[in-house]
Design a protein around this ligand. Structure first.
Ligand code: ADP
Ligand code: MG
Length: 699
């Protein structure tokens, strides 16, 4: 980048040291370059102004124009807000500010016509705009038709840096730079191929679009650039991963073959076979495997993991499997120990609650290579856990583990063990390409035969008696039932209390001694938890009352009804995971979503989706649309989702294009040494300097 763009913003007219400091603190804007990189988040067509009487709840952002007919403060103390009434010739609406009231009030003292832009919402039938963009309207100055709106903060607005100021600042920067100052960041060939604007034109148009189409194309170009560089980085990471040497498992030995031919209680599904083949190919290649196995709840991931472990064991290696919770580790241990019983191998479990003496013994056997499969929780990645020769590590339910934790497992021997990550959360394609782009992905897209689809119903509180009656009938048929209470984030104590209250209520509907109820929750001592689980697994208890600790992995085929209390408090993916606990046996299964009588629109939508579909992929897509990517899979902390302008939920086409282009360039020129790719190398090194911390976090 040229020198002009590196000029501090304090050198601009109208920006003193104080404002410069504020811009840098609030928005990270230090230089001219940062300023022209501060993009508008919206455009308005100055010509289109709506009549207030014509506003309706269906509209989102609106522009209206009128005079201020009243200004008052309402509410006390922390709920204080400033309310102004805006009136045009057709009606009036309310403008509300919860912050910066003093400043706004002063602004509104001037008489005159105001243009107001913002999102309308309705309170008690009254149209209201909170924190609108507001500007005095001066008919003498006719603005160009398309006006950019810049994101800002209350603090900046409070110091008089509003939308208009941003417009001015950006214009004065654009006036001072020459044609060569905004350098191209994409190869010429790429611009041609995808019909993208040159960078300098895009920057110009994003701030001053002659028409909305120009703004759209400019935005597209800037998004393209951002996603392209993300994909190049991921591509490089992937190339690096591929070049890492890994242990070779040349043979398919007795354990694997005996299991496959003699002991396996069922035939593998075609999907399971295919994924196993992929793993076999990886582990024979001499390269390090980094594979994500994605399969809906109940698709049989455990068996795939187990067979992969046998493959490693047959080749003289040890294996481990890490689960996110104690209960899940315990369940895996039980099922894998049973599967392994006819084979001559040792399976152990190590968790945070393993007794000191036993732990010592396990660690010793592990180092001597006597343990073939070690199952556990986070405890497995502690420094003291040393294997003799760990060849494969399986991580169940990826979204609970950070990327950093995955990496720590690798440090256990001279070569890193192959990594197999299992997740039941289907990851929408574009998200997978971006977040897990450095992993190979296998999909188990088939459920074992004979599964009966789960019928999901949504009932509100007033139907509780009927729901309880239904549960009694199912119990009378010999079925078992889960009743799950939500995890309330803010307070473990609240969670516990809601569970306890629920438990008492369940007891009154299902009195002892006719009914036997088990309960598990996070605060329980491990033995008590185990005892309660065991009573349910053995069929002695009819009902399992639980918090979301049963969310992942638990397997009780006779449990055919899942009741989710306060279902509106759960996210879609979580509801789907919970529902996956039933429908595992041969009986008709049900999931009952119990909610309060009044639901928000989003909550109602979630219930409808759950009732309509059992397809984990559809649900994941909907979840992504409704919540945005930041919330999902703990990616918020990872930094992988911090896009400045792109939006991977809605820009899927650009994600696909940029990925294809990045891959084709890296295929052709992995080290980016060709002259036409110099520009990429140059930009990457600039980014490295700027973002080294950011990328360290995710790679
Ligand atoms: P998940 O993918 O949710 O981890 P599990 O591995 O727990 O699923 O498998 C769910 C149930 O399906 C288990 O009871 C398992 O024994 C059974 N199962 C797995 N594969 C098959 C198969 N090919 N045929 C029949 N049942 C299977
Ligand atoms: Mg599982």
């Amino acid at each position: 980048m040229s020198d002009v763009l590196k000029t501090p913003v304090a050198y601009l007219k109208g920006v003193g040291p104080q404002k410069a400091e504020l811009l840098s603190q609030e928005l990270g804007i230090h230089t001219f370059e940062d300023l022209i990189g501060h993009f508008p988040h919206r455009y308005i067509d100055a010509k289109s102004v709506q009549n207030i009487s014509a506003l309706s709840p269906g509209l989102d952002y609106v522009q209206v124009r009128g005079i201020i007919t009243a200004v008052r403060e309402e509410g006390a103390k922390f709920k204080k807000r400033l309310v102004a009434e805006l009136t045009d010739q057709t009606g009036s609406l309310e403008l509300v500010w919860f912050q910066g009231a003093a400043w706004v009030k002063k602004q509104l003292e001037a008489a005159g016509v105001y243009t107001v832009y913002g999102r309308v919402s309705y309170f008690n039938g009254r149209a209201t705009i909170s924190h609108p963009d507001i500007e005095r309207y001066d008919p003498a100055v006719s603005p160009s038709s398309i006006q950019p709106l810049y994101p800002s903060t209350e603090k900046l607005k409070g110091k008089g840096i509003n939308n208009k100021t941003f417009g001015k600042l950006v214009s004065s920067v654009l006036e001072r730079i020459g044609p060569g100052d905004i350098r191209e960041t994409l190869p010429y060939k790429t611009l041609q191929k995808y019909g993208l604007k040159h960078r300098s034109e895009a920057v110009w148009h994003i701030h001053n679009p002659p028409a909305l189409e120009d703004a759209d194309r400019a935005i597209r170009r800037m998004k393209w650039e951002e996603l392209f560089y993300t994909q190049v980085r991921i591509g490089q990471l992937r190339l690096f991963n591929h070049s890492q040497p890994g242990y070779v498992f040349p043979v398919v030995g007795t354990c694997f073959n005996d299991m496959y031919e003699k002991y396996m209680p069922f035939d593998l599904t075609n999907a399971q076979k295919r994924v196993l083949k992929e793993i076999r190919t990886d582990t024979r290649s001499g390269r390090h495997m980094n594979r994500l196995v994605q399969g809906d709840v109940g698709s049989g991931k455990t068996m795939v993991a187990f067979m992969s472990m046998l493959l490693a064991i047959d080749n003289g290696f040890q294996t481990c499997m890490m689960a996110p919770t104690e209960i899940l580790a315990q369940q895996h241990y039980e099922s894998i120990r049973q599967l392994a019983a006819p084979l001559d191998i040792n399976v152990c479990i190590l968790t945070g609650t393993t007794k000191a003496k036993e732990r010592k013994q396990i660690l010793q056997y592990l180092q001597e290579g006597l343990i073939h499969i070690l199952i556990g929780t986070h405890a497995l990645i502690e420094e003291t856990v040393q294997f003799k020769n760990l060849g494969l590590a399986v991580i169940d339910e990826q979204h609970r583990f950070g990327v950093g934790q995955r990496a720590r497992l690798w440090k256990k021997n001279e070569l890193p063990p192959h990594i197999l990550v299992m997740t039941a959360t289907p990851i929408p394609r574009t998200l997978a390409m971006t977040v897990y782009g450095d992993l190979e992905v296998s999909v188990i897209d088939e459920l074992p035969p004979g599964r009966k689809p789960i019928t999901t119903i949504h009932r509100n509180e007033s139907f509780r008696p009927q729901v309880m009656q239904f549960l009694r009938e199912e119990i009378a048929k010999g079925r078992q039932i889960y009743i799950v209470y939500p995890l309330i984030d803010e307070s473990e104590k609240l969670e516990y209390e809601s569970l306890m209250a629920g438990y008492e209520q369940v007891k009154t509907w299902f009195p002892h001694p006719n009914y036997n109820i088990a309960m598990v929750h996070g605060k329980m001592a491990p033995e008590e938890k185990e005892n309660n689980m065991q009573r349910f697994v053995s069929g002695q208890a009819h009902i399992m009352v639980a918090t979301t600790v049963i969310e992942v992995g638990v397997n009780v085929p006779n449990a055919s009804v899942m009741v989710i209390e306060s279902a509106e408090k759960f996210g879609l993916s979580q509801l789907h995971q919970l529902r996956g606990r039933v429908g595992r046996g041969s009986e008709k299964s049900y999931c009952v979503l119990l909610t309060g009588n009044e639901l928000s629109r989003e909550a109602r939508q979630r219930m409808t989706i759950m009732v309509q579909t059992n397809d984990g992929f559809v649900i994941a897509e909907e979840d992504l649309k409704m919540r945005g990517p930041g919330d999902l899979y703990g990616t918020r902390q990872s930094g992988a989702m911090e896009f400045k302008i792109a939006d991977i939920v809605n820009d899927t086409d650009i994600v696909e294009e940029t990925r294809a282009e990045a891959m084709s360039i890296l295929d052709e020129d992995p080290n980016l040494v060709k002259a036409e790719h110099m520009v990429i190398r140059h930009c990457l090194s600039q980014m490295n300097m700027r973002q080294s911390t950011h990328w360290n976090k995710i790679s």
